[in-house]
Write a protein that binds this ligand. Structure first.
Ligand code: FAD
Length: 280
């Protein structure tokens, strides 16, 4: 499987890793947990750069932000008390629902984000949290809103850089979140996954974020659905209005797992469940 490889590098520093990535350009790829790249190694890759020994596995809570290093495992994120505090654990819930133990202990948050599988579970949660990604480049670090990171099917703005960390601004105390995933079986990838974050003040929504995965080529925020809830209470009527906006708005892909109509219906059902969960 790895016969095409000329080099497997354990860099001593992040800057050495970035330098090597530039040398090989498209023919080099970082490897973290390897759960995605090992079974699907692209044929053009001649160099793998291991990024797991660069001290990027950390979760640091600061006064205004949470910083999560790119090679923090999904399990570490899922069990972190600091992550659980942010919008009642919307990111924690997205990190391991139904994942096999071996995968959750190896797979990294950075790999999940840069791998950019349309079904990936953490991107919708990071989108509703208004996260930022920090990319190490030859010229220095670049910080990007996560909304600008997902460009197309499995294509991101990481380019020739290496993802260093993910930053999440601290949501206000009254922010509530929910992550829901629907898959054919416990261990299968999502047919639809959804994250919602609502800032509720005296029962009225002041800020709303809704993001869906496994629907299109990239995870996406549903701005129209978000706008429909601002300044509204989380009552049955408003929730049903958002559900109908979501089902009308989404234009799902169909694949061997589910038809477009089924995914559209699921998107509405998950939206309703998430909003009721938040309201209660
Ligand atoms: C049995 C099984 C079940 C799974 N179930 C789910 C599931 O339910 N939900 C889900 O979302 N995913 C699931 N996955 C997919 C996978 O485990 C995740 O996407 C994982 O988080 C990828 O992380 P990794 O560290 O293994 O990435 P790797 O495989 O090491 O890398 C993935 C991609 O990211 C790039 N990359 C990695 N780290 C960096 C970095 N720091 N900077 C730049 N590029 C980087 C690599 O070059 C590669 O292109 C499953 C996988 C398996 C095998």
């Amino acid at each position: 499987m790895f016969r095409q490889l000329e080099e497997f590098l354990y860099p001593q520093s992040l800057s050495e890793a970035v330098q090597k990535k530039h040398e090989y350009a498209e023919a080099a790829a970082p490897i973290a947990g390897g759960t995605e790249i090992v079974p699907n190694l692209p044929p053009n890759i001649r160099c793998l750069i291991d990024v797991t020994r660069l001290g990027l596995d950390y979760i640091e809570e600061e006064s205004e932000i949470l910083r999560i290093g790119a090679t923090t495992t999904m399990h570490q994120v899922a069990i972190s008390p600091a992550v659980a505090k942010f919008a009642n654990g919307v990111l924690s819930s997205s990190c391991c629902q139904g994942w096999p133990t071996e995968v959750r202990n190896t797979a990294t948050l950075g790999g999940n984000v840069v791998g950019a599988g349309p079904f990936a579970d953490s991107p919708p949660a990071l989108l509703v949290l208004d996260a930022e990604v920090v990319i190490a480049r030859l010229e220095g670090d670049e910080t990007l809103p996560i909304q600008e990171f997902f460009l197309d099917y499995r294509r991101t703005a990481v380019g020739q850089g290496i993802l260093r960390e993910i930053r999440i601004p601290r949501p206000p105390i009254h922010a509530r979140g929910a992550f829901l995933k629907f898959a054919r079986s416990q261990v299968d990838q999502a047919l639809v996954n959804l994250a919602v974050m609502v800032e509720l003040e005296k029962g009225v929504c002041s800020k709303v974020r809704v993001a869906l995965g496994a629907i299109g080529r990239t995870p996406q925020r549903l701005l129209e659905a978000e706008r429909a809830l601002v300044d509204k209470p989380l009552h049955l009527e408003c929730i049903e209005n958002v559900v109908s906006i979501v089902t009308e708005l989404v234009d799902p892909v169909l694949d061997l797992r589910a038809s477009a109509d089924y995914r559209r219906e699921l998107a509405g059902v998950l939206t309703r469940r998430a909003l009721h969960q938040i309201a209660s």
